[in-house]
Design a protein around this ligand. Structure first.
Ligand code: TXA
Ligand code: MG
Length: 353
């Protein structure tokens, strides 16, 4: 199959009209959102949805998110909307918040991977909403990467993973947030299953206490698998190995410099993911400044791109761990998964030397 790329910066009208036609015909279209690029299909057509799993190589017990263009589209998809959903929708939609509740009958089990619950979000990206509106159906869309790879934050990333597998990629440039939406379950006590740009702190100012799924910063326990299917698979893995080093910025940098030379001696090519606060400590080493620790959203915006780009050019990435407040939680959730939870405590490691 030939994969066509259309810029929605210069051709939004033509691109979204073509895309909407393909979606209505049961085909797949990759499109930009404010979080990451999505791989969309008609969310009410089980057969079309199955094509997503094929193109991604995604395990079929991992459910998808339905994307809508208007708040009123929600009514048809949820069996009933819980009271506390309304203030959340008013505050955070359109935007990077996905809500989970009991599904209605029109939502096919192909979307929910057999679950009785469904995940829905209303993106803020203009192209995404124009595409959904013109398609006239909710669009089921996971991130547009091959399963296990870092999520795509520009159209070139999508092309690298999906060339020949899908007919159309809408190119809207770089995604604003760079990490996927916050996934909040409203079944039972409100629980964040996946952290994102809408932080736990932000949610709590609107609805009070919100729990965090235990698997956010560690591997999933046996008993959690059903609640959060997506979290049990290998995720965000670049070609290179990743090690996360935890500690104060000073201890962390000292430890990374020492590890860097150890691995270099073993014949490995190594890259450091540094931050604005620590970059100067890696003079003479291969280091890329990924963002500012005080503004973790800047780290989130660059992480997947750097995992793809640096990750294909070296054997090992040494990355700094950061505080897990606010958007720091989303950053560490993705980084630790990219590292397969391989983490080193800087002060313990430094005291060995
Ligand atoms: O920002 C985003 O959310 C992007 C863009 C394209 O919108 N989409 C995205 O989709 O990240 P995906 O498929 O890569 O991640 C969906 C996550 C998975 O972890 C999945 O397990 C979870 O949402 N999920 C979906 N439906 C669920 C349900 N009914 N119960 C529990 N988890 C669910
Ligand atoms: Mg994904």
């Amino acid at each position: 199959m030939k994969t066509v790329m259309i810029s929605t910066v210069t051709q939004e009208e033509a691109g979204t009209t073509l895309g909407a036609g393909l979606i209505r015909n049961g085909e797949l279209v990759a499109f930009p959102t404010e979080t990451v690029y999505g791989l969309g299909a008609n969310g009410l057509d089980g057969e079309a949805v199955n094509r997503i799993f094929e193109a991604k190589g995604r395990p079929n017990d991992n459910p998808l998110i339905l994307h809508i263009a208007r708040k009123s589209d929600l009514k048809k998809l949820w069996a009933h909307v819980p009271e506390r959903a309304f203030p959340l929708i008013e505050t955070f939609w359109p935007g990077p918040l996905t809500l989970i509740f009991h599904k209605s009958d029109i939502v096919p089990y192909e979307v929910t991977a057999g679950l009785e619950t469904v995940a829905v979000r209303m993106p803020s990206d203009r192209t995404a909403r124009a595409l959904i509106r013109k398609a006239g159906v909710p669009i089921a869309a996971p991130s547009a990467n091959r399963s296990g790879r870092p999520s795509p934050t520009n159209a070139q990333h999508v092309f690298a993973d999906m060339d020949g597998l899908i007919p159309l990629i809408l190119d809207g440039g770089d995604c604003r947030y760079g990490v996927e939406s916050t996934v909040l379950s409203l079944v039972g006590e409100p629980t964040v299953l996946r952290p994102g740009a809408v932080t736990r702190e932000m949610l709590e100012t609107v609805i009070g206490p919100v729990k965090l799924a235990p698997s956010i910063l560690k591997p999933l326990g046996e008993r959690e698998k059903a609640a959060s299917p997506g979290m049990k698979y290998k995720h965000y893995a670049p070609d290179a190995e990743v090690i996360v080093v935890d500690g104060s910025p000073e201890e962390t940098a000292k430890c990374i410099v020492s590890l860097y030379y150890d691995y270099l001696e073993q014949g490995k090519t190594v890259e450091v993911l540094s931050t604005k606060q620590t970059h100067f400590r890696y003079r003479g080493l291969n280091a890329t400044e990924i963002g500012d620790r005080v503004h973790p959203e800047t780290l989130c915006a660059n992480l997947f791109r750097e995992l793809r780009e640096i990750g294909s050019a070296c054997d090992l990435i040494l990355a700094e761990g950061i505080d897990t407040n606010e958007e720091g939680l989303a950053y560490m959730n993705r980084l630790l998964r990219a590292a397969g939870f391989h983490r080193i405590d800087a002060s313990r490691e430094n005291s060995k030397k």
